[in-house]
Ligand binder design. Structure first.
Ligand SMILES: [Zn+2]
Length: 83
């Protein structure tokens, strides 16, 4: 049973990673393009469209967490590519 749960957990993480890399994650910009949502604005900070780059590197609401985990308050594409 543990092996099955572990595999589903791995597949869920893989799905999230692929979604973030391809821009097809369940983020508001993509959901707005898919006409599932009507506002692409980040619900955490309300400053920019919620994209993978915004969520991972720019969202001010996550800057403290980002700094704690990765040592940087903000990251651009180059810095994201180095992690
Ligand atoms: Zn944000």
């Amino acid at each position: 049973m543990f092996v099955v749960i572990g595999m589903w957990h791995y597949l869920l993480r893989l799905r999230i990673l692929v979604g973030l890399l391809t821009g097809h994650a369940d983020l508001d910009r993509h959901l707005t393009l898919m006409k599932v949502r009507s506002d692409p604005t980040c619900p955490l900070c309300q400053e920019e469209e919620e994209t993978a780059l915004h969520l991972l590197g720019r969202c001010s609401a996550l800057s403290t967490t980002r700094s704690t985990l990765l040592g940087l308050y903000r990251m651009d594409y180059t810095e994201l590519g180095n992690i």
